[in-house]
Design a protein around this ligand. Structure first.
Ligand SMILES: [Fe+2]
Ligand SMILES: [Fe+2]
Length: 266
């Protein structure tokens, strides 16, 4: 597998939001709005990055295929922002111009080099992968469920893409300081999970997650990304052949159908 496989995947994946059911008549009820409004605004804002800094960092690697894949990845995140933004507009929910959590993550991404930037991004993507699972189950909006389902599919490949790049960067750097680095980013992951829980608790609750089950889901997903970064870890591109051992390992990915029953907001 190479970065060309990810570029090809991202190219083929464009336009898969074109047939969303925008004519879905369901308007979120008052209780659904109470549950999901604030976190939807926050995540829509978080998806909105222009990606200039990330793109510039990726370009420094000097691999044209990686740069092209990164450009398409950023475009896909912007599509998430556009689709969620349109949903907010349709539901009469204002878009945010900024959010402190988003500012913290943007700031953290901009220090140090590409590897650090990707590791901070990975933490945010793990939070997103679990959040959209919860959001899927948090309302009776068929349109929102459709959006969540597609974003979950995308986010899983985003995690794989970042892990594939991180594996390359780690191999180039050598193994020094690996244990300490892992603990630092695990700490960041834990902090991000708690911050996300604090700011999105009502949506997570409506989607069937309490603090413990949310943190457990985050831990499982983050552990999966750690395994993918190992030299013998399995990394797959949807529609392509996995790279790594022949037998898949680890828990299922974020894209798979949520195991929770469909629930409505209280
Ligand atoms: Fe996204
Ligand atoms: Fe993503």
């Amino acid at each position: 597998m190479t970065f060309t496989d990810f570029k090809t995947y991202f190219q083929a994946n464009q336009g898969h939001y074109a047939d969303l059911a925008w004519d879905d008549p369901h308007q979120l009820t008052a209780s659904e709005l109470r549950a999901v409004r604030a976190s939807l605004q926050t995540f829509q804002r978080g998806e909105s990055s222009e990606g200039h800094y990330l793109y510039a960092r990726a370009k420094q690697l000097g691999d044209d295929e990686y740069t092209a894949a990164m450009r398409l990845f950023i475009k896909e995140e912007q599509t998430h922002a556009a689709v969620l933004g349109r949903f907010l507009d349709q539901q009469g929910i204002a878009r945010l111009r900024g959010h402190w959590l988003d500012s913290v993550f943007r700031g953290l991404r901009r220090v140090l080099g590409l590897e650090h930037t990707l590791r901070v991004l990975l933490v945010a993507e793990v939070v997103a992968a679990v959040y959209y699972r919860a959001l899927f189950s948090a309302t009776y909006s068929g349109l929102l469920q459709q959006i969540c389902r597609r974003i979950m599919l995308d986010e899983e490949m985003h995690l794989n893409f970042q892990c594939f790049a991180l594996r390359h960067l780690a191999a180039a750097r050598g193994g020094a300081g690996g244990w300490l680095r892992r603990q630092v980013y695990r700490g960041l992951m834990a902090g991000a999970a708690l911050a996300a829980y604090a700011t999105s608790r009502s949506a997570l609750k409506a989607g069937g997650y309490g603090l413990f089950s949310f943190c457990a889901a985050i831990a499982a997903e983050y552990a999966r990304t750690e395994r993918m970064q190992r030299a013998d870890g399995l990394i797959a591109v949807r529609g392509g052949q996995p790279v790594g051992p022949a037998v898949p390992v680890g828990p299922v990915g974020a894209w798979q159908w949520p195991s929770q029953q469909l629930r409505a907001a209280q």
